[in-house]
Design a binder for this molecule. Structure first.
Ligand code: FES
Length: 63
C-alpha cells in the first residue's frame, strides 16, 4: 500500500512512496475524487489520462 504525504496548503506537494514492485496510476486531469490516484474520471476529459508509475529495484539497491 503506498504511503501518501502531503505538505503545504497554498501549493501542496504530494509525495507517494512505493515499495519495490508496487504500481499506481496517478491522476493528471485533476478530476479524480481519489486524488492523487486516478479513479477513471478522466474519461470525461478527452486527451487526458493517468501517469502509471511502478517502483522497480535498481542495480545496487537492497530491494
Ligand atoms: S481521473 Fe484523472 S487521470 Fe484518471
Amino acid at each position: 500500500m503506498p504511503e501518501i504525504v502531503t505538505q503545504g496548503t497554498d501549493h501542496p506537494l504530494t509525495t507517494v512512496k512505493l515499495q519495490t514492485g508496487e504500481k499506481v496510476a496517478l491522476c493528471r486531469c485533476f478530476a479524480s475524487k481519489n486524488f492523487p490516484f486516478c479513479d477513471g474520471s478522466h474519461k470525461d476529459h478527452p486527451g487526458k489520462g493517468p501517469a502509471v508509475v511502478e517502483a522497480v529495484a535498481s542495480a545496487g539497491s537492497d530491494d
